[in-house]
Design a binder for this molecule. Structure first.
Ligand SMILES: [Cu+2]
Length: 184
């Protein structure tokens, strides 16, 4: 989209440039008109289109309007992940294993206790930093039951390469058992 808009802007400006070269030099253009159309209307229209497009696309990518089925608190520290799953029966806390129901959107709320880490499950979503004192949010969704590898994607010290975790997506019956606390 940016390429399309930039190309359009380039063609219009280059067109005006060519026009200026061919034009009768004795004729003058109103400076006021030039400023209003060239300096206000033209960039305003272009930037409005780009902004609206960016906001709409951003909301779709981040799922800002999606209501997640459940939320998990993810705490990163050197060099492990602690996941606190909120279920109707209470919290389930695990280390380096994130349990989710397959086919449902899960909100991950990230924070860190020491340095900046980054939560990344390449097959499920983009990556997002876990920052001390801040809470970042990402939505993930595994359409099929299975295991999905995750890593810390921000160098955080000697143990960084070992700071891996796995997302286990459970089919509905298994998930119900886990949420009831029957098995981990
Ligand atoms: Cu890390």
């Amino acid at each position: 989209m940016l390429l399309v808009l930039a190309t359009a802007a380039f063609l219009i400006i280059f067109g005006l440039f060519l026009l200026a070269l061919r034009r009768n030099r004795n004729r003058t253009v109103s400076l006021r008109l030039f400023l209003v159309w060239g300096g206000l209307v033209f960039p305003l229209v272009l930037l409005t289109v780009a902004t609206v497009y960016g906001v709409v696309l951003g909301e779709r990518i981040t799922g800002a309007r999606t209501i997640p089925a459940m939320a998990v608190e993810a705490r990163a520290e050197r060099w492990r992940w602690t996941f606190t799953h909120g279920t109707p029966q209470g919290s389930i806390v695990t280390e380096n294993v994130l349990h989710v129901p397959a086919g449902q959107t899960v909100e991950i709320r990230l924070t860190s206790t020491d340095v900046i880490h980054s939560f990344w499950v390449p097959r499920l979503a983009g990556k997002i930093d876990a920052v001390p004192g801040m809470r970042n949010r990402i939505l993930i969704r595994a359409d099929q039951p299975g295991r999905y590898g995750g890593v810390c994607a921000e160098f955080c010290g000697n143990g960084h390469t070992g700071m891996i975790f796995v997302v286990v997506a459970h089919a509905a019956p298994d998930w119900d058992a886990i949420a009831r606390g029957d098995s981990r």
